[in-house]
Design a protein around this ligand. Structure first.
Ligand SMILES: NC(=O)c1ccc[n+]([C@@H]2O[C@H](COP(=O)([O-])OP(=O)(O)OC[C@H]3O[C@@H](n4cnc5c(N)ncnc54)[C@H](OP(=O)(O)O)[C@@H]3O)[C@@H](O)[C@H]2O)c1
Length: 329
């Protein structure tokens, strides 16, 4: 497993990390299967794990704590997230810091995440939603600095709202955060416009999330794919969006190199960008862990293929759907 430097912190993180949402929020998850997949990932060299308190109200964090305790002798990085106080994803422009992250709430949820994971300290704590306007609230910077000084967290990051990579550039330039988590994949290439150059300049680590567009870029969805109503994918892949998405996925298929799956292509596209510190596919199945880490070993894509993939950029021009806590994203 190749490692990359995690921004100004200099941590050597595996270029493929682990997204832990699905295992605590999507239908069809089983803890035993998830733990076996996490263990295999560690054996294959994965050392960066992304979770959130909101993923099953601490359930995913407890799985992280369990797998870390089984691997005490392996250096691993734990990244988690504080939910917004009003439990609304993403942050609407009118939401204030008081609505989402008043300092007392930040401190309370760091303690809750420490308790769920059972870890003495968290490597990275991220705000689970973000508005650059919150930089104007004088309480935020001291609150985050106090956290770093408390010894409870080693670093602080933000997780940007879906399809709003521009809404975080100010935070990066202001030096507020050590990392930024953003949706980046073959369709959603817009973080390259402003966010990545800002992160490069400030040496802020980029965590590329949703690398497989919630599953569409694996090429395994069909027009008949459906999910129970409580599973948020039933909203994300609404019938209209599913159709448009599938047409775009079909157009990509001919570009996958021989003996390579669309999921491999999707991950290698992201890894080919040196601005990314780590990409965090969600994986519950062991076979997905094994094939995704093998894709990582296959190397970067050549310039011609990257140029061809550029034309598959999809600027959705849509507001991301809003979700209450029951369908946290
Ligand atoms: N607001 C936020 O901060 C936020 C929002 C979304 C996501 N995230 C983070 O980003 C991570 C990744 O995003 P995501 O999990 O939502 O979506 P994703 O990584 O784009 O897609 C996950 C889906 O792809 C499937 N999959 C993975 N590898 C595959 C392969 N090789 N072949 C076929 N299918 C494969 C998974 O199946 P199985 O699970 O069945 O193995 C799962 O259904 C999350 O887990 C979470 O840590 C953060």
């Amino acid at each position: 497993m190749n490692t990359r430097s995690f921004g100004r912190l200099g941590w050597q993180v595996s270029e493929i990390g682990y997204g832990m949402w699905g295992m605590a929020g999507w239908t069809g998850s089983e803890d035993a299967e998830s733990l076996a997949s996490l263990q295999r990932a560690i054996e294959l060299g994965c050392n960066f794990f992304d979770t959130a308190w909101a993923y099953g109200e601490g359930h995913s964090e407890r799985l992280l704590g369990e797998i870390f305790s089984r691997n005490r002798d392996v250096p691993l990085y734990a990244a988690t997230k504080i939910p917004p106080k009003n439990r609304q994803w993403p942050a609407r422009p009118e939401f204030s810091l008081d609505d989402c992250y008043p300092p007392g709430h930040i401190n309370e949820f760091v303690d809750r995440s420490l308790s769920s994971t059972g870890l003495p300290a968290l490597d990275l704590i991220q705000l689970h939603t973000w508005n650059d306007g919150w930089l104007d609230d004088d309480r935020l910077t001291p609150a985050l600095d106090n956290l770093r000084r408390s010894g409870k967290v080693r670093a602080v990051g933000i997780s940007l709202n879906r399809w709003q990579p521009w809404n975080g550039v100010r935070a990066v330039r202001a030096g507020l955060v050590d990392s930024v988590q953003v949706v980046y994949n073959i369709f959603d290439q817009n973080p390259e416009d402003e966010l990545f150059p800002a992160c490069r300049e400030a040496n802020v680590a980029v965590i590329a999330r949703v690398p497989l567009d919630e599953g569409s870029l694996t090429g395994t969805l069909t027009a008949e794919s459906s999910w129970p109503s409580g599973d948020w994918r039933s909203q994300y892949f609404s019938p209209e969006n599913l159709k448009v998405t599938l047409d775009r996925v079909e157009a990509l298929r001919p570009l996958a190199p021989p003996n390579s799956s669309l999921a491999d292509l999707a991950l290698r596209f992201i890894l080919s960008n040196p601005d990314v510190a780590t990409v965090i596919p969600g994986m519950r199945k062991l076979r997905h862990v094994e094939s995704n880490f093998a894709a990582g070993s296959a190397g970067l894509l050549d310039a011609r293929l990257l140029t061809a993939l550029r034309s598959h950029r999809w600027d959705r021009g849509l507001p991301a759907p809003y979700y209450p806590a029951s369908q946290v994203r």
